[in-house]
Design a protein around this ligand. Structure first.
Ligand SMILES: O=P(O)(O)OC[C@H]1O[C@H](OP(=O)(O)OP(=O)(O)O)[C@H](O)[C@@H]1O
Ligand SMILES: Nc1ncnc2[nH]cnc12
Length: 181
């Protein structure tokens, strides 16, 4: 499902050229997709934020960013859309009452949490993250948002690792990845 045209070749080439492969990190067999060169390049950063901002359509109330790299993408997308920003954090980091969800990662396990007053029923929520790998992180995030009564209008991802089939866990959401490898 998608609500925007395919990314231009020039944008795709620019973004791809700014993502660094780091073999065997954080553990043997994983090729880590390092986005720090992309963040360091103003043109690439701007292109990424503009494209991710189009994923949820016009009426986005809230953008959700997932700790930690999702914060770097999600906050500028929220600002660009005139939307609010909600952080989804790893367990134990949020100060108030939370709802939690646990899941498996490409390298390990994680629990994420969100404040219980983060969403109002019916709000239109765009979820943003840098990498879709096994899909566990986004699946858990979608479930937290919906569990609070809000609507997920889109999931915007910079880079999808297609060989890990994370998309298969997300066939009920409008998932848009700028890059698929
Ligand atoms: O699709 P999945 O298999 O769930 O993996 C994707 C998640 O893994 C990475 O985050 P990580 O948990 O490594 O946290 P970080 O942003 O703090 O490095 C990435 O930023 C995604 O959130
Ligand atoms: N290979 C990878 N590179 C960067 N982030 C990831 N999150 C899960 N797998 C990843």
């Amino acid at each position: 499902m998608t609500n925007m045209p395919a990314i231009a070749d020039s944008d795709r080439d620019l973004l791809l050229s700014r993502i660094r492969d780091v073999p065997d990190w954080p553990e043997p067999g994983v090729v880590f997709k390092d986005i720090t060169p992309l963040l360091r390049d103003p043109a690439a950063f701007d292109t990424m934020i503009e494209l991710l901002s189009g994923v949820g359509g016009q009426d986005v109330d809230v953008v959700v960013g997932i700790e930690a790299r999702g914060f770097i993408l999600g906050a500028p997308v929220a600002h660009r859309l005139g939307a609010g920003f909600v952080p989804i954090r790893k367990a134990g980091k949020l100060p108030w009452t939370t709802t939690a969800a646990s899941y498996a990662l490409e390298y390990g396990e994680a629990t994420i949490e969100v404040h219980t007053d983060a969403f109002r029923p019916g709000e239109r929520v765009l979820i943003v993250d840098d990498v879709l790998a096994t899909g566990g992180t986004v699946r858990a995030t979608v479930d937290l948002v919906r569990g609070a009564g809000a609507d997920v209008v889109g999931v915007g991802i910079l880079m999808e690792l297609g060989f890990l089939s994370g998309r298969a866990k997300l066939d009920d959401v409008n998932l848009r990845s700028l890059l698929v490898i």
